[in-house]
Design a protein around this ligand. Structure first.
Ligand SMILES: [Zn+2]
Length: 89
């Protein structure tokens, strides 16, 4: 786990992953921060955003950054923006 990431811009610079753990179904998903570039405010605190479990859609309060070093790309979840979401940054 990675500590003290200031904001999303820093996470992008370090090419980190975002781990979302679901308290409801115990599913744990790792996303790549780069997938969210342009869709998350660079100044946002990622842990404060609302994340949902990709399986059961339950909002998760367990969100952490993680190093992707040594992580197999195939184990990463691919995030794609929903059609209604516009690139803003
Ligand atoms: Zn879930």
């Amino acid at each position: 786990m990675v500590q003290r990431i200031r904001d999303f811009a820093e996470a992008l610079r370090k090419d980190l992953g975002i781990v979302v753990k679901c308290e409801a179904c115990a599913k744990c998903v790792t996303y790549r921060c780069l997938d969210f570039r342009g869709y998350i405010n660079p100044h946002a605190y990622v842990e404060d955003l609302t994340w949902r479990c990709s399986w059961c859609r339950t909002p998760s309060t367990w969100v952490r950054f993680a190093s992707l070093h040594g992580v197999d790309r195939q184990n990463l979840a691919q995030w794609r923006p929903p059609p209604w979401l516009k690139r803003r940054w």
